[in-house]
Design a binder for this molecule. Structure first.
Ligand SMILES: [Zn+2]
Length: 327
């Protein structure tokens, strides 16, 4: 008799304990935003990137970040220096970049699942996708420290590579490799104290995203009557192949603007004076276009660690020169 009464009571108590601990833990997590910066909570899929839409800018609201003709293609890939004049007119419809910061967790997780699946399958096809047009970047040496990892037109990430990510600035939704993001946050905080806001415009971009943009560029040229090979070659003049951008590795951040006029701002001046102290370098300087094969991008900063950043700043070298590699 008493046993029969005890069972529901015990069950009830267990229920309360379990529910209590679940809600208690989630409430704690919500309270401490710091958890988000810990590697343990880092998203494995890189797909939760979805906040900044520097590409898809054709429908821009005409507000932020007017791109110059030279910087039209930074969306998912760095602009390649060789194009300058010819293709810039064609891309002038991309001139307006709309920046929206709208982290959305539910969207992020569902998008994450699908991206994780497709990344593996599409990455396997990356070689076949572009070899027909003469592009055969080799897999970069992943055994080096992340600070010295080289990515450019000749060196790509291993197929299927997805970095562990975390937010570069808390609440921004813009992500970087979890080893790099804390340094960006630190730099961001330091700049804030000087009255400077280093808005993270575009950090990690997935392979899939970069591939889609590259493919769309090819299609656009094919619609204009080019054959696939010519269209692919031409697309490569304004976009980096998927897997070859530092954004695909989560090692770079486009800061504040995607316009060359960024160099006239106080934010740029602050970065010139202090970025190296936090391990960041302006990766594509004006006077190194022939080495990097990428147009001048005053907004693109790459994490190389404080030692190397200071060294490169004082020597004036870019990463390719320091490593003795081509682009
Ligand atoms: Zn960039």
């Amino acid at each position: 008799m008493s046993r029969n009464k005890l069972i529901p009571i015990i069950a009830g108590v267990l229920c309360v304990v379990v529910l209590g601990s679940v809600f208690g833990v989630s409430a704690l997590n919500k309270k401490s935003g710091k958890d988000n910066a810990e590697p343990s909570s880092v998203s494995q899929t890189g797909s939760s990137y979805q906040t900044i839409t520097a590409d898809n800018s054709q429908t821009g609201d005409g507000t932020e970040y007017l791109m110059t003709t030279e910087s039209v293609a930074d969306d998912n890939s760095e602009s390649v220096s060789s194009k300058s004049g010819a293709s810039s007119a064609q891309n002038s419809q991309n001139a307006v970049t709309t920046v929206t910061a709208a982290p959305s967790s539910s969207k992020a997780s569902s998008a994450g699942k699908s991206t994780t699946k497709s990344t593996a399958s599409t990455a396997e096809k990356s070689d076949y996708l572009y070899a027909y047009a003469g592009f055969n970047p080799v897999t970069t040496d992943m055994s080096v420290p992340v600070e010295k990892l080289l990515l450019n037109r000749k060196y790509k990430l291993p197929d299927g590579y997805v970095p562990k990510l975390t937010e570069a600035v808390k609440g921004s939704g813009v992500k970087m490799d979890y080893r790099v993001a804390p340094h960006y946050q630190e730099m961001y905080n330091a700049a804030k104290k000087d009255g400077i806001t280093l808005t993270p415009v575009s950090g990690y971009r997935s392979y899939e995203r970069q591939k889609n943009n590259f493919e769309n560029q090819i299609k656009e040229y094919m619609n204009q009557g080019m054959n696939k090979v010519d269209a692919t070659v031409k697309a490569s003049q304004i976009r980096l192949l998927p897997g070859t951008s530092e954004h695909n590795a989560g090692l770079a951040m486009d800061i504040c603007s995607l316009s060359e006029t960024f160099e006239n701002t106080k934010e740029f001046k602050w970065l010139q004076a202090h970025a190296h102290e936090y391990g960041f370098i302006m990766r594509y300087p004006k006077d190194k276009v022939n080495v990097t094969k990428i147009i001048y991008e005053p907004w693109h900063y790459r994490y190389v660690g404080t030692d190397l950043a200071k060294q490169l700043k004082s020597s004036g070298q870019v990463l390719e020169e320091y490593l003795g590699k081509d682009a």
